[in-house]
Ligand binder design. Structure first.
Ligand code: ATP
Ligand code: MG
Length: 409
């Protein structure tokens, strides 16, 4: 990316209507643009981060033979009425609209119902099972409060995976594999040490479901952490009866806050039964399909990474999700010429700051944007056939021979 050519500009000031650090920083650094509360556009840099996160998730799920699809956001109420999830009772999170031809449509807040309706067309026998399907898809939720930047959107990107089985054992086996994949995903995006599988309510077989909570001061959830047993419980299940089950006491836990970046459920027949997702077993009798569902809030995850690593100078991306690895600055005529030369052929790895600005302003933007390595070439460094390289996360600077720069090799 050539900064002289991109339409996006960094901003010196945080936008006034943005109270969350992630929203303010991502806006200033030119990653996102706010449409309205809880609704954001992803600009070229922001999109690259999202795509990097998606690719990590995709790689890990494809290892489990999960198949990727993309389903419609616009929803027919019918299947949702069968499960009682299109009603206005409790808090209605649906965005609904009237069809000009008559009738109501909604924008999907999740996809269990349409997913089941879709796979119903293809499942008839035990030979058709098991399988698992996922998508990266924008969800729409009429959230009461949307003041946390991309941590809580009214429109947000989710990865939702659904699995279909003939038995509880098979569901259990797959569920365990997803737990492994999730551990690798959070590790790879840089949150391995701060993200914990957490017991939460809402399980169907047992009384628990699992959430993935990243410990974070601005996280909205209260969680309890027992370091010795590496056991984390959401506040909603932090009760004497549950603690007894785990053989622990309230006093063994410290209270902290977490951001829920994902969750996984053994749904069993919760939705497959009301929607009639059935198959014929080996004995020729009809059975209900066992299901699991597994979410990751992809855009929230991006916001959590921002909140976790940002410092007073700006964003700090872990290399695996950074939009570009290098931020290249040439100083002086020779430096600029060399920088353009180094950039050629490596457009996918390097941001070339070829704007007509002072080096200080370029350095500040390299820090604001959080690019892992800043590389500077100037008359002085070129005299030693070298570049100066500065690591964003540590601020450490060193000289590196030009032929040792990894993008040159
Ligand atoms: P929360 O308790 O935070 O509202 P949820 O229990 O409603 O989350 P799910 O319906 O299970 O969430 O959605 C799966 C994942 O999508 C969540 O684990 C979370 O990471 C993400 N997510 C949920 N709601 C939002 C939102 N409004 N904005 C961004 N991400 C979200
Ligand atoms: Mg919610």
């Amino acid at each position: 990316m050539r900064l002289s050519k991109t339409f996006v500009k960094t901003l010196r000031e945080a936008p006034k209507d943005e109270t969350a650090a992630n929203g303010a920083l991502l806006t200033r650094a030119g990653y996102i643009h706010k449409e309205m509360a809880g609704v954001y556009d992803f600009l070229p840099l922001g999109l690259r981060v999202l795509e990097n996160i998606k690719n990590i998730i995709r790689e890990e799920l494809n290892k489990l033979d999960c198949e990727e699809v993309i389903m419609s956001a616009l929803q027919n109420p019918e299947p949702w009425e069968k499960t009682g999830r299109f009603s206005d009772q409790e808090v209605d999170i649906w965005f609904k609209t009237e069809l000009s031809a008559g009738g109501t449509l909604g924008l999907a807040p999740t996809h269990e119902e349409p997913m089941i309706e879709m796979v119903k067309k293809y499942v008839s026998s035990y030979k058709d099972l098991p399988f698992s399907v996922y998508q990266f898809q924008n969800k729409f939720r009429n959230e009461l409060r949307a003041k946390s930047g991309i941590l809580r959107g009214r429109e947000f990107l989710m990865k939702d995976l659904y699995s279909f089985h003939t038995s509880e054992e098979d569901l259990d086996k797959f569920y365990a594999k997803v737990e492994g994949a999730y551990a690798r995903i959070f590790e790879r995006v840089g949150l391995g040490e701060s993200t914990f599988e957490t017991f939460a309510s809402g399980g169907i077989f047992s009384k628990f479901s699992h959430e993935y909570q990243t410990f974070l001061p601005v996280g909205e959830d209260t969680v309890y952490y027992n370091k010795d047993k590496s056991l984390v419980l959401n506040k909603e299940v932090f009760e004497d009866e549950v603690l007894e089950e785990f053989g622990v006491n309230k006093a063994d836990f410290e209270e902290t806050t977490g951001a829920e970046v994902g969750n996984i459920f053994k749904l069993k027949f919760k939705y497959s039964e009301p929607l009639g997702l059935k198959y014929i077993d080996e004995g020729n009798s009809q059975q209900i399909v066992y299901m699991g569902c597994y979410g990751i809030g992809v855009s929230r995850l991006m916001g959590v990474i921002v909140e976790k690593f940002a410092d007073e100078k700006g964003l700090v991306w872990p290399e695996a999700v950074a939009p570009f690895k290098y931020y290249l600055v040439g100083i002086g005529e020779d430096g600029e010429r060399k920088a353009a030369e180094l950039y050629a052929g490596h457009e996918d790895e390097i941001i070339l700051d070829d704007r007509d600005l002072r080096p200080g302003a370029k350095f500040a933007d390299s820090e604001l944007m959080g690019i892992p390595y800043r590389v500077v070439v100037s008359e002085k460094t070129l005299a030693k056939d070298s570049a100066e390289i500065t690591e964003r996360s540590t601020g450490k600077t060193s000289m590196i021979k030009l032929d040792k720069l990894s993008f040159i090799k």
